[in-house]
Ligand binder design. Structure first.
Ligand code: PEP
Length: 236
């Protein structure tokens, strides 16, 4: 089971190290089959890499540039993340798609860049509410995946099914619906891990621990260590 924590744009860099040291300490007693990853803002990664070194928690960034080294002011290259100690990266989170107008093509290029630097990409997919209302979630998520693969080709990849209307709203997806989307994604990409994300917390995680899903991507609830510890205990 995979528990992926997305801090979004929260906490200060000076708070990140002590938080992660505690996470590393606690996690040494968590279930053996649990895989943990923490996705944090760029500014926090250095402190987190030091705090998590030698622990079972993988470090990831929340985004990366689609470009190689060069004149790209404000961007962060995949190789820079790998050099800092990241092994994973989120790609195509719905907040990147909506707030930064990231297209499927750009997301596909980011996937390819991540892979070329040895980072494992966690591609986020999921439909807006109007699509869900007409029952188009399977087709929508598959089309997002297809568009990214068309650019990036085959290679190491994890997926997170995150319906846009469920992110940060307290309104999680029905577990059966999440399972159906996961199965469709797995049919397209056999062997890929598929996580569910969207208002997951310690009170509802158990519903998503089912054979069709490989874990959860947790946003808001990932900022509270007690919540993370409770969720980890459920993953035994
Ligand atoms: C996320 O940021 O990917 C997410 C799922 O957020 P939340 O858990 O807060 O809905």
């Amino acid at each position: 089971m995979i528990l992926a924590l997305n801090w979004k744009m929260q906490l200060l860099p000076s708070q990140a190290g002590p938080w992660a040291e505690r996470l590393a300490e606690l996690s040494s007693n968590w279930p053996a089959g649990l895989e943990l990853a923490l996705f944090a803002p760029f500014t926090h990664l250095s402190a987190l890499a030091a705090a998590l070194r030698g622990s079972r928690v993988a470090l990831g960034a929340q985004d990366l540039s689609a470009e190689q080294f060069g004149a790209h002011t404000g961007d962060v290259a995949a190789e820079m993340l790998a050099d800092l100690g990241c092994s994973q990266v989120l790609v195509g989170h719905s907040e990147r798609r909506s707030e930064h107008a990231e297209s499927d093509r750009l997301i596909g290029r980011k996937l390819a860049r991540a892979r070329s630097a040895g980072l494992l990409p966690l591609l986020c997919l999921g439909e807006p509410w109007e699509v869900r209302q007409r029952g188009g979630q399977l087709e929508y998520s598959l089309a997002q995946l297809e568009a990214a693969l068309e650019v990036a080709g085959e290679g190491p990849l994890r997926l997170a099914y995150e319906p846009v209307w469920a992110i940060g709203t307290g309104k999680s997806c029905h577990p059966e619906d999440a399972a159906q989307v996961s199965l469709a994604l797995k049919r397209r990409l056999p062997g890929a891990a598929v996580l569910y994300g969207g208002s997951v917390n310690a009170a509802n995680l158990a519903q998503f621990l089912r054979p069709e899903l490989d874990g959860a991507l947790v946003g808001g609830a990932s900022l509270k260590l007690e919540q993370v510890a409770e969720m980890a205990a459920l993953c035994g």
